[in-house]
Write a protein that binds this ligand. Structure first.
Ligand SMILES: Nc1nc2c(c(=O)[nH]1)N[C@H]1C(S)=C(S)[C@@H](COP(=O)(O)OP(=O)(O)OC[C@H]3O[C@@H](n4cnc5c(=O)[nH]c(N)nc54)[C@H](O)[C@@H]3O)O[C@H]1N2
Ligand SMILES: Nc1nc2c(c(=O)[nH]1)N[C@H]1C(S)=C(S)[C@@H](COP(=O)(O)OP(=O)(O)OC[C@H]3O[C@@H](n4cnc5c(=O)[nH]c(N)nc54)[C@H](O)[C@@H]3O)O[C@H]1N2
Ligand code: SF4
Ligand SMILES: [Mo]
Length: 759
């Protein structure tokens, strides 16, 4: 069946009519007989995937028609609740515009001409195209990418078996900045214990809109139950700012100056934890010397935050220590100097000695670490499948040209380097791209460049639940079963103690979709690489994970979320005492009632490295944290910043009916002074433009933003007509952002300059 979906929708005119017609197009659920939902009418414990926070849920079918989705009550830290998006999973499952059959492109890229095909034909097509690229240019000419989490390991396993080193997560568009900063200083990732904190300093961590259920709940708990003071630095009056004890409208991109000034005051007003520094920290002297010049007055001159407030906040922080925290944020793409910002934020925590203390920072305790302290296998660990004879890639990764990025490769790589490689042959050309659960045309910067790169490729596959903006340009789109229809491996959710949970199907599969673990295994079969996927199905994999401990597997499935042991923070005497009393063979407790002497960091010195020779060797001039000026916009432009809305997920949910009904547009926030100068009123049609692109949207005039800044919720303004509910609604942020790669952390940049005018 051949159909021009684009003209089909266009001819329909009004968007509601467009919806009805789009729903009948090939590949979508609308083209199928609408089934009664089959599955469990008893609550099944599973995992939400409406965003990558992956909260534990309990879901069941009601009357064969609806799916009720609630939080799993066994997962206390998540508050046993789901957010608006989590509650809307059913709406995606049943959406007539959802993809339920493989489709192949029969027109030009992005033209919207598709043909439904069978899975076997899809696999044969991949085997043929990738096989040819491999034969002619080597396996490294194919890149594989997926948002990390759910099923990315299966796709990356296929990449390895195929022989390509080029695998990418979304890391460089989201968390890599703080992850790499933590790696450089602590040798590992760090977690924050917001719920037990008495004083929290927040630099644009948007937890009441950019929801991470356990952290959002933690912040709520700290504020509501513990009366914690929350200090927020944010260029706009976000919901977190609204709920804060104080809000400072900091100039975009200048957080690092305030973070450094906090460190300055902690050191030079003699407020830091000297005993902690002496025992656990390396490189303090060089750090302190560099911080000397970064006074609150200096920070004020750049950030607009009053010096006296910075000084007072540093004193208040120190007074609340160690049960206090400087939140290191999440999306680390405010400037190209994220490495310095996130290190400076971690440094303030180190100075107040909140490491492994309640309300501070701590390292996750997976079974291996936990059991070592317990002196025996007191909690179960998970095992990984061993696969023999996996080929070692012979080519170097496309993002490994510069050793300053050495810490990045294990953290997902520089995602946007796929574009450089393809368009500039740098260091060699990428000709094929297999992607899953990622929508770079909406979520990477410089949309036009993503289009250009994809157009320059020979073969592109997208695995998604919708024909996303990016999938619309693919050669082949593979429909994954939604999270409510599929099973997956057991996930390690360990925090202060080991914890596990698992995804299980709640409803039987609708249409002709498959879970991506199966899709990539069957792709491997077609490529003649089946021997590298020796497991039969998910049951075999799960059994392997629990080392055939069937009762354990049953328990995880029945309870949905199982945690083992008692919570442990190594420098928290009450927790250490309880731990030592629970496990007879536990590690000996220090005289001060802690495990401080056993605290080791995976850094060259074994200590926390405030300054680092390793970093200096990797990126000369960066061994010591230092201020570097950045220019984010031209003098006559306004700062353009973005954030998450509580109603949608990134560039993913804007076509989900329930959520589209709640919010379908992202009005652009403008300060009344700025709006007045530009002759703009709320509701006016406006244009945002710069050297990268131009977007049209609607103005929202509000005093809740700096006069030199405009703000929009990200993920809107899809340019794919097949997403009939989201198409053209609002401003497409990625179309205005420059293509930039930050030093050391390889981050994308989400702050830029724009000019605004009334249309
Ligand atoms: N301008 C701007 N850009 C940004 C940001 C910003 O603030 N501003 N934020 C950045 C951040 S923090 C992140 S994490 C990235 C996220 O960007 P991406 O990694 O692209 O992730 P999402 O937009 O969450 O989802 C991508 C795709 O996954 C699909 N999907 C959903 N569920 C499933 C499933 O079960 N299986 C499969 N196969 N597909 C599924 C959705 O339909 C969607 O097309 O965006 C970044 N980009
Ligand atoms: N509802 C919902 N929840 C989500 C997501 C979602 O899309 N929707 N996405 C999930 C993902 S992938 C992530 S990474 C997290 C994101 O979590 P966060 O990083 O907390 O959220 P964001 O909203 O992306 O951005 C943070 C805030 O930074 C502000 N900001 C911009 N520039 C600056 C600056 O220079 N300085 C300061 N101080 N602030 C600045 C923005 O106004 C915004 O409020 O949320 C997760 N949870
Ligand atoms: S935060 Fe909301 S959407 Fe994300 S996993 Fe949790 S319940 Fe689902
Ligand atoms: Mo993210």
């Amino acid at each position: 069946m051949k159909l021009d979906r684009r003209t089909f929708i266009k001819g329909a005119g009004a968007s509601t009519a467009g919806c009805a017609l789009a729903s009948m197009l090939p590949g979508t659920l609308g083209a199928f007989e609408q089934p009664m939902l089959k599955g469990s009418d008893k609550a099944i414990h599973s995992i939400c995937e409406m965003c990558s926070t992956r909260c534990p849920i309990s879901a069941r079918i009601v009357n064969g028609k609806n799916v009720s989705i609630l939080g799993n009550q066994n997962a206390k830290s998540f508050g046993g609740a789901v957010c608006a998006r989590g509650g809307a999973g059913h709406s995606m499952l049943y959406d007539k515009q959802r993809l339920v059959k493989p489709i192949k492109r029969v027109g030009a890229r992005g033209e919207g001409k598709w043909q439904e095909i069978e899975w076997d034909e899809a696999y044969a097509m991949i085997a043929d195209k990738l096989g040819r690229i491999k034969q002619q240019f080597g396996p490294e000419a194919v890149a594989f990418s997926s948002k990390s989490g759910s099923n990315h390991k299966h796709l990356f396993h296929l990449a390895k078996a195929f022989g390509s080193p080029n695998t990418f997560t979304h890391g460089s568009t989201c968390p890599s900045g703080y992850k790499i900063a933590a790696l450089a200083m602590f040798g590992t990732k760090m977690k924050r214990d917001l719920g037990n904190s008495k004083y929290i300093i927040n630099f644009g961590h948007n937890l009441y809109e950019g929801i991470n259920m356990s952290e959002t709940r933690g912040l709520m708990k700290a504020q509501a139950d513990r009366g914690a003071k929350l200090v927020v630095f944010e260029p706009r009056f976000s919901i977190v700012a609204d709920k804060a004890s104080e809000w400072h409208a900091i100039k975009p991109g200048t957080d690092v100056t305030v973070a450094m000034a906090l460190c300055h005051v902690l050191i030079y007003d003699d407020l830091y934890d000297k005993a902690f520094i002496q025992r656990h920290v390396n490189g303090f002297d060089a750090f302190a010397k560099e911080m000397k010049a970064y006074t609150p007055e200096w920070a004020e001159s750049i950030s607009d935050v009053p010096a006296e407030d910075i000084r007072r906040i540093a004193h208040e922080l120190a007074a609340a220590a160690p049960h206090a925290v400087v939140d290191f944020g999440h999306r680390a793409s405010f400037t190209t100097e994220e490495f310095e910002l996130r290190r400076a934020l971690f440094a303030a925590n180190v100075l107040i000695g909140n490491i492994e203390r309640k309300g501070g920072l701590y390292a996750g305790k997976k079974a291996k670490t936990y059991n070592k302290f317990a002196g025996g296998d007191v909690t179960p660990g998970l095992s990984k499948p061993k696969v023999n004879g996996m080929p070692k890639p012979t080519a170097a990764r496309i993002d490994s040209v510069d050793k300053q990025f050495a810490m990045l490769w294990s953290n997902g790589g520089i995602y946007q380097s796929i574009l450089d490689a393809t368009l500039e042959n740098k260091p060699y050309k990428i000709r094929g791209w297999v992607m899953s659960r990622t929508n770079p045309m909406q979520t990477m910067t410089d949309r036009a460049r993503v289009v250009k790169a994809i157009e320059a490729m020979e073969f592109v596959v997208s695995c998604d639940v919708y024909v996303s903006e990016t999938a619309a340009y693919a050669d082949l789109v593979l429909p994954e079963s939604t999270y409510l229809e599929r099973d997956e491996e057991i996930f390690d959710k360990s925090g202060k103690n080991p914890a596990y949970y698992v995804r299980q199907p709640v409803v039987e599969t609708i249409g002709d979709t498959r879970p991506s673990w199966q899709i990539w295994k069957q792709t491997a079969d077609a490529l003649g690489l089946g021997q590298f996927f020796p497991w039969e199905n998910m049951d075999t994999l799960q059994l392997l994970q629990v080392k055939k401990d069937v009762p354990l597997l049953q328990r995880i499935k029945q309870e949905g979320y199982v945690s083992f042991g008692t919570p442990l923070m190594l420098r928290e005497p009450a927790m250490v005492a309880k731990f030592a009393a629970t496990y007879p063979n536990a590690h000996a407790v220090d005289a001060d009632g802690t495990y401080a002497s056993a605290m080791k960091f995976k850094t060259p010195s074994g200590k926390i490295e405030l300054s680092s020779d390793k970093v200096e060797a990797m990126a000369p001039g960066r061994g010591v944290i230092k201020y570097r000026e950045v220019t984010l916009k031209k003098a006559d432009e306004l700062f353009f910043i973005q954030g998450k809305t509580a109603i949608h997920t990134n560039g993913a949910t804007h076509n989900v009916p329930f959520l589209a009904n709640l919010m379908s547009d992202n009005a652009v926030w403008l300060h009344p002074l700025t709006a007045g100068l530009l002759g703009i009123q709320s509701g006016d049609a406006i244009r945002l433009h710069n050297d990268v692109g131009s977007e049209e949207g609607t103005a929202l005039v509000t005093p809740g933003i700096r006069p030199d800044t405009v703000f929009a919720y990200m993920g809107f303004g899809s340019k794919n007509k097949e997403l009939a509910r989201a198409y053209g609604k609002g401003v497409h942020c990625g179309n205005l952002l420059p293509h930039v790669t930050a030093p050391v952390v390889g981050m994308n940049l989400h702050t830029t300059g724009v000019k605004v005018e009334k249309i």
